[in-house]
Design a protein around this ligand. Structure first.
Ligand code: GLY
Length: 396
């Protein structure tokens, strides 16, 4: 551990100026740092614990299996294994993935897609470990939340947020359905994912490709009851992570539809992702890191959200790859933007130094500002999508 810490510190000291550093060097530096940070973080966790963030006093904020982010932690370890080839990271990733055993037997929510895809899904894709029935059963459980009258999967239970609340974040969980449909030849799962994506496209988006956070539906008629925010600045604002989930979600659906020969659907979702991408590109600050809400009137004197930047960077790289053969100029523009985001995230003040930030990589994320929770802190999903984007950059 000590030798690795020294190695990481030396690598950090060897950083050329941000603009001169190659992406290869940057990537190596970040993955080395991840190995050191995550070893420290993992050593602080009990057998059923996951990291969530840091408390205001700097101590580690842990979560249990049912927290919507629990899968990101094993995913961060799988990505670090992919970026370093260190077998110790694979062993830690495997052990933390199995902390999610039994998840589908407990009451779940729409985020089961995030939880299982990032953990068991990555174990399959990165280490070739067969997921067993967990991805299939998890996908079936998620599909059980679909109401054909609404044409969407219910995000949260009925309550103060509505009768049938569907949030833009839910686009991300469709990846589990699309993958399970392919692995297990379950076409119904694919139809549900496509229907959900189309309903969301029709109901959540404004004419300029910005999205509201939550649409509440009447579960009997499928009519839209109300559109509002939960985690954004206002009902009509552009919450940065919501827009990031939208960009990533439609890009993923375009990719997954193309994989199974659904050309028309793939084009439809790619067009949506492209519209979102153009809006985001035109509204990001120069360094590529969005304010927590694009519409917060306090800008520039308000919080940035590194988590939204990381999700966007990963989404832009996927989008650029899909656009390469159709619009090379736009693909180049999106790739350049992702590169700028990654360079900013890999530099101060965003990237922590070895031994700091409680073992997380990124600082300055916002979880839920209106609720006064997780403001200007590290968050697992920021690290997860940051590492994913770096791996995608290497693959391009
Ligand atoms: N899915 C919840 C969030 O983005 O904070």
């Amino acid at each position: 551990m000590k030798a690795r810490l020294v190695a990481a510190v030396l690598l950090v000291l060897a950083v050329p100026t941000a603009s001169a550093e190659s992406m290869k060097h940057l990537s190596k530096r970040v993955f080395e740092l991840a190995r050191v940070q995550y070893t420290h973080l993992d050593d602080q966790l009990g057998p059923a614990e996951f990291p969530r963030s840091l408390h205001p006093d700097g101590s580690l904020w842990k979560s249990k299996q049912n927290w919507w982010c629990s899968g990101f932690w094993p995913g961060m370890l799988w990505y670090t294994f992919a970026g370093t080839n260190d077998p110790d990271m694979a062993a830690r990733a495997d052990r933390n993935t199995h902390k999610l055993d039994g998840l589908i037997e407990t009451p779940t929510h729409h985020d089961i897609g995030f939880q299982l895809n990032s953990s068991f899904g990555n174990a399959g894709m990165i280490a070739g470990i067969a997921p067993g029935p967990v991805l299939r059963d998890g996908a079936l459980k998620l599909a059980g939340r679909f109401n054909p009258r609404v044409g969407a999967i219910k995000s949260w239970e009925s309550g103060k947020r509505g009768q049938y609340p569907v949030i833009i974040d839910n686009m991300m969980n469709l990846e589990l359905l699309m993958r399970a449909a392919r692995y297990f030849q379950l076409d119904t799962l694919r139809s549900i994912a496509i229907t959900h994506a189309r309903t969301t496209l029709r109901t959540h988006f404004r004419d300029d490709f910005t999205t509201c956070h939550l649409v509440d539906f009447d579960p009997q008629t499928g009519a839209v009851v109300t559109k509002k925010t939960v985690q954004g600045y206002s009902d009509t604002s552009v919450w940065a992570r919501g827009e990031a989930w939208a960009l990533y979600g439609y890009t993923m659906m375009a990719r997954e539809c193309a994989k199974c020969g659904l050309t028309a659907e793939s084009r439809e979702f790619l067009a949506q992702a492209t519209g979102i991408g153009k809006w985001v590109a035109a509204h990001l600050p120069a360094d590529g890191i969005p304010y927590w809400d694009f519409s917060d009137p306090a800008r520039p004197n308000t919080w940035r959200d590194a988590s939204a930047a990381a999700i966007l960077a990963s989404g832009f790289l996927d989008l650029a790859r899909q656009l390469d053969s159709q619009d090379a100029t736009l693909a180049k523009r999106f790739r350049k933007l992702a590169r700028r985001q990654l360079k900013t995230l890999a530099s101060a003040p965003y990237l922590a130094k070895a031994g700091q930030n409680g073992g997380f990589l990124l600082r300055h994320c916002v979880g839920n500002l209106p609720a006064g929770s997780e403001i200007d802190v590290p968050l697992t999903y920021a690290d997860y999508y940051f590492l994913e984007a770096l791996l995608r950059w290497q693959e391009k």
